[in-house]
Design a protein. Structure first.
Length: 413
């Protein structure tokens, strides 16, 4: 008796550990994807690298320093020049650095929205694979139930063979069905393995690691408001935000070009080393020459600037057209996904209604066969029909969940 209790306790603890500790929710898988996904890490690194460019664009140009030694020394009143040194530092017009930083900032926002869009796609892929694993588990349970029902019919058939009310052919037909569903259950495990690898690839886990499902299938579409979806997409969807920031970056580039086409100011100094005269001794004999200087670079040729501004304006125009097309495409997709959801819901409700009727018919036929051993073909046919209807119900629910996930991919962020 003690050994029996130990076995039960060990089995219970194993189940608790497996399904309580290792069971994975969708949110936990989403978190793993955010932390570990290689594509997200790559885009995030690109985002960080763009931010670092702010320091680069706000840096002054390198100062220019020159040293010259005259081959034929020029003579001055205070002596010959033997070496000349010059240093110059150029400064852009006021606000140029701020304009450059703004371009970088807008481009970093573009990359960040790209990161958010990739997250939406990865979360959708995880959802679909997760829901399919749930469906396969339901399918597995259904096949287990079918095998149990066939075993029940088989025990009745064996009893009827012994009493002479049935033939061994009935038993063999039932056993064939059991073998068929046993084989189908093995195929389900293979299908699950492929789905595990899809999720593990996204979350950067060992590809053959089992994903233990915890959440139930989420197939209820609570609300559907197409106009609110349009407003939300236009104002908040990452792909639309990305295009908005591309326009903002283009406008910032125009301002940057304006600043670049303003005068550039430079300050510097020229220094000449002068030797003393030996043939005379004037006042300040051999005094060096120091010449502070101010320079202005005036942008006279503006053809390049004009062309650049026109290019940016056409670029903004093209993005606005893309925004309009993308919004319409997303709304069109949502309408299609809602139609898919409604059709799946109709099939789900129909299957549920038919399951009740066929289940009653199955119980009647099972009772009749138990009594007289007749109508085995009708009994087996009804059992198959019942299994197919339950599969149709579960598959319709899966399609509802996937259609809902498609809508959320475009509206839930």
């Amino acid at each position: 008796m003690k050994n029996t209790y130990k076995i039960i306790l060990t089995f219970t603890l194993t189940l608790l550990f497996q399904f309580g500790v290792n069971a994975q929710t969708l949110d936990s898988l989403f978190q793993l994807a955010v932390e570990n996904n290689s594509e997200l890490k790559a885009v995030n690194s690109e985002f960080q690298s763009i931010l670092l460019k702010q320091d680069q664009v706000s840096q002054l140009p390198n100062p220019q320093i020159g040293v010259g030694v005259p081959i034929l020394r020029p003579e001055t009143r205070l002596g010959p020049q033997v070496m000349m040194v010059s240093a110059t530092q150029m400064f852009p017009w006021f606000g140029t650095f701020d304009a450059k930083k703004e371009v970088v900032l807008q481009m970093s926002k573009v990359k960040y929205e790209e990161l958010s869009a990739i997250k939406l796609d990865l979360f959708y892929q995880i959802k679909v694979a997760y829901f399919k694993i749930q469906f396969l588990s339901q399918k597995e349970h259904l096949y287990e139930e079918a095998i149990s029902n066939y075993k029940t019919i088989e025990s009745i058939a064996l009893a009827k063979v012994e009493s002479g009310q049935a033939t061994l052919a009935d038993v063999l037909r039932i056993q064939t069905k059991v073998e068929e569903y046993t084989n189908l259950m093995k195929q389900i495990e293979n299908e699950k393995t492929g789905l595990y690898s899809q999720i593990n690839n996204i979350t950067n886990q060992p590809l053959d690691q089992e994903v233990i499902i915890k959440d139930s299938l989420d197939s209820d579409l609570i609300s559907y408001d197409l106009e609110s979806y349009r407003i939300k997409i236009e104002n908040h969807h990452p792909l639309l935000n990305k295009l908005n920031y591309q326009i903002a970056a283009s406008e910032s580039r125009i301002i940057e070009d304006q600043k670049n086409n303003l005068p550039t100011i430079g300050i510097g100094v020229d220094y000449s080393l002068v030797n003393q005269r030996t043939d005379a001794d004037p006042l300040n004999n051999g005094r060096d020459i120091l010449v502070p200087k101010v320079m202005v670079s005036i942008p006279i040729y503006r053809k390049s600037y004009t062309s650049s501004v026109k290019e940016e304006q056409l670029y903004q125009e093209s993005i606005n057209f893309r925004k309009e097309n993308l919004t319409d495409q997303m709304i069109s997709n949502i309408i299609s996904y809602k139609a898919e959801y409604d059709n799946a819901k109709l099939n789900f409700d129909l299957a549920k209604s038919q399951i009740e009727k066929i289940s009653s018919a199955y119980e009647i036929l099972l009772g009749s066969y138990s009594a007289d051993g007749k109508k085995i073909e009708e009994l087996l046919s009804t059992q198959n029909e019942l299994i197919n209807l339950k599969l149709k119900s579960d598959f319709s629910e899966l399609n509802m969940a996937i259609s809902k996930a498609k809508i959320e991919r475009l509206t839930n962020y």
